[in-house]
Design a protein around this ligand. Structure first.
Ligand SMILES: [Zn+2]
Length: 334
């Protein structure tokens, strides 16, 4: 055990968690290529000027910190994100991710996730967190590190299944957490397998307050959420403004249900605006009108208030809970 101060690892360096202000716990500003492009062309987002306009609108709405959840090989663009971080120095805190996405995005025969041994991949992850990210995002074959470090590790799981590559990436994330204290965020496919992910990570020794589950809003089952919260982990609800899945009102009511049940300290909020037309500034470049990342603060938080969520709960969700969830676990370091 050490007496090190708690810290959050941003692109431009470590900061006191208390300095984060309002936090969007899962979002995207730049997404450059990768296997998601096979799913939809809207995943390509490489306009730095548009990304900066979008970030500015989030700041104008009261935001301060954003966790960008693009892992190596799946859209992460270190040079563009470094440029944005430098241009917003002193104005915004940006956190970048290492880790993995769901197994669907990796070749099951010859990807490095498949062929390289677990402990060697743990070393690759630890290096991204403690030395600096690979500017080529492990798209290989050359690794060149920048000074900026990853501040969170991502893992993806599939729809109602956790395949062997995903089990491997969960073990790697757990080992990386035990070595570095880094928080872990999990992409659950349509909100499924959250309890199984928790059980796996907890059994490997990860503390519950270093586990953040994403996309549970796509499985809008408040009783399921309660069982997940009973594990002591965080749920990062994302994607208000996604009426194609569920109306905002359902998400708002489910959040209120959890608050009323005493889980106010385990809820995080995000937009996860990871597609071109999910963002106002990108859309505008093609003459489209749309909502964007600021919607979380301009529309969804007011809805929470309208249905009776207290200001103290909103402060916890936007400001206080991220200070716990995103801080490195110092007790793991020696
Ligand atoms: Zn995302």
């Amino acid at each position: 055990m050490t007496n090190q101060k708690k810290f959050v690892r941003t692109i431009l360096g470590d900061i006191d968690p208390k300095d984060m202000g309002v936090v969007d716990c899962h979002d995207h500003l730049i997404k450059n290529g990768g296997p998601e492009m096979e799913e939809h062309v809207d995943f390509l987002m490489i306009d730095t000027a548009a990304a900066q306009k979008e970030l500015q609108s989030y700041l104008d709405a009261g935001g301060k910190t954003m966790v960008t959840m693009d892992p190596p090989n799946v859209g992460r663009d270190v040079p563009r994100m470094l440029e944005i971080a430098k241009n917003f120095k002193g104005k915004a805190h940006l956190i970048m991710s290492t880790g993995f996405h769901k197994a669907k995005f990796y070749d099951k025969y010859c990807s490095w996730l498949k062929t390289v041994g677990e402990d060697k991949i743990v070393a690759m992850m630890v290096a991204e967190i403690e030395e600096g990210m690979d500017i080529h995002s492990y798209n290989g074959p050359v690794v060149e590190r920048v000074a900026a470090k990853a501040g969170i590790i991502k893992v993806g799981t599939g729809y109602a299944t956790i395949d062997p590559l995903e089990q491997k990436s969960l073990r790697i994330a757990a080992k990386t957490n035990l070595k570095t204290g880094v928080p872990i965020l999990i992409h659950t496919q349509l909100g499924t397998m959250a309890l199984e992910v928790c059980q796996e990570l907890l059994s490997l020794g990860v503390k519950p307050d270093k586990i953040i589950l994403s996309h549970l809003n796509k499985n809008p089952d408040k009783y399921y959420y309660e069982k997940v919260c009973q594990q002591g982990v965080f749920i990062a609800f994302d994607g208000p403004d996604r009426a194609k899945y569920y109306p905002d009102s359902l998400l708002a009511e489910n959040i209120k249900y959890l608050i009323d049940k005493g889980y106010q300290k385990q809820i995080l909020l995000a937009m996860d605006a990871g597609r071109f037309y999910y963002q106002t500034a990108y859309s505008a470049t093609k003459g489209h009108i749309s909502y964007g990342i600021a919607y979380m603060l301009t529309h969804f938080v007011p809805l929470l208030k309208e249905i009776g969520v207290s200001q103290s709960a909103i402060d916890d969700i936007l400001v206080n809970n991220p200070q716990v969830a995103l801080a490195f676990d110092n007790s793991k370091r020696n």
